[in-house]
Design a protein around this ligand. Structure first.
Ligand SMILES: CC(C)(COP(=O)(O)OP(=O)(O)OC[C@H]1O[C@@H](n2cnc3c(N)ncnc32)[C@H](O)[C@@H]1OP(=O)(O)O)[C@@H](O)C(=O)NCCC(=O)NCCS
Length: 161
């Protein structure tokens, strides 16, 4: 599918726009320091951005732990939600994970975040546990979700083009 945005790896210069997404979309936003550290750690992290008309409209950060993919963060700019931006970022991460031979994916999500949970369910994520008060500031529990990654490209979600 052709989209009006393109995906690329995130760079240090993106940090201001990523901070905007963090601060407008997350109750416990990451600091600039955390984001810069994440972006610098290219061995175990992969951060991608969706860019439309030179503006970042969404981003995804994943971490590799042994043969597991951990979704660290995903956010779409407010008013750009519901266009498939997060879906295209996840599709790309899924393809990359297969190339790396990863077997499973995991993440934490606030129990009340129905929209994100519905998105993750489309990728085969299912709940395996609860982390009590994981989000301390908002005093909310996190669901721990797991998914088996497709073993070959034929099982993967459609790619962008
Ligand atoms: C959760 C989040 C990342 C989803 O991003 P998004 O870009 O809106 O996601 P998508 O557009 O790919 O999919 C979301 C919905 O849009 C729908 N959609 C996808 N493409 C579409 C299109 N072309 N036209 C209309 N709707 C579309 C999807 O079917 C999906 O439907 P749903 O609302 O029933 O789930 C975003 O809402 C967000 O940033 N939330 C705040 C941060 C957050 O909670 N992150 C997750 C933390 S674990």
């Amino acid at each position: 599918m052709t989209t009006p945005w393109t995906l690329r790896l995130a760079e240090r210069r993106d940090v201001g726009e990523l901070m905007f997404i963090e601060e407008s979309q997350f109750p416990e936003p990451w600091t600039k320091r955390i984001l810069l550290d994440e972006l610098a750690n290219t061995e175990t992290r992969r951060y991608t951005v969706a860019v439309e008309e030179k503006r970042i409209v969404g981003y995804l950060g994943v971490m590799f732990v042994l043969d597991e993919l951990h979704i660290n963060t995903i956010g779409t700019v407010p008013h750009e939600e519901g266009r498939g931006i997060a879906t295209s970022l996840l599709d790309d991460a899924w393809v990359d994970a297969q190339v790396r031979g990863l077997k499973r994916a995991t993440l934490e999500v606030a129990v009340s975040n129905a929209r994100a949970i519905a998105l993750y369910q489309r990728y085969g994520f299912h709940p395996v546990g609860v982390r009590k008060n994981y989000y301390e500031r908002i005093q909310e529990d996190a669901l721990v979700l797991w998914a088996d990654l497709p073993m070959n490209a034929a099982d993967s979600p459609p790619t962008l083009d």
